[in-house]
Design a protein around this ligand. Structure first.
Ligand code: SAM
Length: 257
């Protein structure tokens, strides 16, 4: 990515915030990885001037709320050599920062917005020298029985896409039995988890643990949901059905821990 147009001073500010956050997280990255993360952050800010990618545009906020937030997943799970699908990746979060930090990660990005995926595939990823599979379409279509991605990934990640009871139906079918779904959530994670208990069980998952990270003065949580058996073939349903009739928690499953 040629020297991106957000200015040297602002890139330095992003880099300082990123480095301080990496120290807090206890993540050591080589200088060229840190530079690549900043180049990606700057490219998102620049492209956002002409394409709606993010509401976060200040370099320090991009470092904290996009780059570092994405990288928390490296603290949750050892991602080296794993296949990871990022569902509803948008401008590439958390998938792209993870691939920069862990080059051996086999990354697939999925989003229904064609424009964003074209920008990632044609501009952002080549400029960073990153190889990743890029899928433009709806998660529920790519996850159907018979599709190559179904139960095809060690790890599935997703941030800011849907409430957990809906999100599980979009994401768990992609996880291979034994693998993990990492759902990035905010303060309401515990409540969302209660409402999603039945969905998780029905789709072949089991909540394993929740990890908390403080970023930008807020609690960010990562729910680790293990795939313990195959997802029944009737899931995922069509999106209209999922939204109309999400797999809600029953009183019994709320009590189940
Ligand atoms: N994960 C990114 C982040 O945290 O910055 C983007 C979040 S953005 C708020 C939500 C994204 O999810 C949008 O880009 C949208 O197109 C995508 N999305 C929503 N439902 C989807 C589905 N069923 N299949 C694929 N992508 C979906």
């Amino acid at each position: 990515m040629a020297d991106v147009g957000i200015g040297h001073y602002r890139i330095s500010a992003m880099k300082q915030t990123l480095q301080a956050g990496l120290d807090r997280l206890g993540l050591a990255l080589a200088p060229d990885r840190i530079d690549a993360l900043c180049r990606f952050g700057a490219a998102v800010i620049e492209k956002n001037k002409v394409m709606n990618l993010t509401a976060i545009t200040e370099p320090q906020a991009v470092a904290e709320l996009h780059l570092l937030d994405s990288l928390t997943l490296c603290k949750v799970l050892d991602l080296s050599g794993k296949s990871l699908l990022d569902v509803g990746t948008g401008a590439g979060f958390p998938g792209v920062p993870l691939k920069i930090a862990v080059p051996s990660l086999e990354l697939t990005l999925l989003d229904s917005l064609q424009k964003r995926m074209r920008w990632l595939q044609d501009e952002a990823l080549p400029a960073l020298g990153i190889t990743a599979a890029v899928l433009a379409g709806r998660a529920e279509d790519y996850a159907r029985p018979g599709e190559p991605g179904r139960e095809g990934f060690d790890v599935v990640s997703s941030r800011a896409v849907a409430r957990l009871n809906v999100l599980c139906e979009l994401c768990l079918p992609f996880v291979r039995p034994g693998g993990c779904f990492l759902a990035m959530k905010g303060q309401d994670a515990a409540e969302e988890l209660q409402q999603a208990r039945r969905a998780i069980e029905t789709l072949g998952g089991r909540w394993e643990r929740t990890e908390t990270f403080e970023l930008g003065g807020q609690q960010h949580r990562v729910l680790v949901i293990r795939k313990v058996r195959q997802t029944p073939p009737q899931y995922p349903r069509a999106y209209a059905k999922i939204k109309q009739k999400p797999l809600f928690a029953t009183e019994k499953s709320v009590l189940f821990t």
